[in-house]
Design a protein around this ligand. Structure first.
Ligand code: B16
Ligand code: MG
Length: 217
């Protein structure tokens, strides 16, 4: 297969906003009298905002009205927005720009498939918004990761068949979404965790485009 597009996840692949999500979710959990630790935060990677809150409530055995649920989501996001306002190109993971340059030189398109409704803001802060041929809109897809929707919507936006796309993800839910979209999955993290991925690199800095292309050829 000769890939025509690489579709990147954002948080955990291009930058690390997990610590900001953690701070904001922890504040909400404390307000509800619930415990929320780093391990809990890890399990929320790639999971959308409402899905994340639902998991926190479920773990604590709590249920709230729809109105309170919406208020909590809004409060978490307002806190998160204050935490990410200083994101700059310094927060870009090593290797991202070199990777984009290589893909462009090979004529391979670049897409973004993030579950975050704040993705455009983060991309702008990182200074890479213009690098993408298509940016998926998390707000307009019916089902979040692990459903394939966001990856399929980006393939459609790029006008490229899913089977000619390569997805890059750091989260278990994200890798499942890529496989459900019938794409080749590159994981960033640990092979023992990202067991569904076709190929795994320890970090974005180690992402080797040549190796990916050779393994799908
Ligand atoms: P927001 P990704 C995901 O981004 C994060 O990994 C996840 O922790 C977060 O809850 C989700 O975005 C929604 O973010 O509240 O900003 O809409 O990894 O898919 O780029
Ligand atoms: Mg991610």
């Amino acid at each position: 297969m000769k890939p025509e597009a690489f579709i990147f996840d954002l948080d955990g692949v291009l930058t690390d906003t997990a610590e900001f999500h953690f701070i904001a979710w922890q504040a909400i959990a404390r307000e509800l009298g619930l415990d929320f630790n780093l391990e809990d935060n890890e399990a929320l990677k790639g999971v959308d905002r409402a899905g994340s809150l639902q998991r926190i409530l479920d773990k604590g055995g709590l249920s709230v009205s729809d109105q309170v649920f919406a208020q909590l989501l809004d409060k978490k996001n307002r806190h998160y927005l204050t935490l990410i306002q200083d994101i700059s190109p310094d927060h870009l993971f090593d290797g991202v720009l070199a990777c984009f340059t290589e893909l462009k030189s090979l004529g391979i398109k670049i897409g973004l498939a993030s579950a975050s409704k704040n993705a455009l803001l983060v991309l702008t802060g990182l200074g890479i918004r213009e690098q993408f041929d298509f940016i998926g809109d998390a707000a307009s897809v019916a089902h979040g990761k692990p459903a394939p929707d966001i990856f399929l919507s980006v393939a459609k936006g790029l006008n490229i068949k899913p089977e000619l796309c390569i997805g890059i993800e750091d989260a278990v839910a994200g890798v499942s979404a890529i496989k459900a979209a019938n794409m080749y999955a590159v994981g960033i993290g640990e092979p023992g965790v990202l067991t569904q991925a076709d190929l795994v690199f320890a970090s974005t800095a180690q992402l080797d485009i040549g190796k990916v292309l050779a393994s799908v050829a």
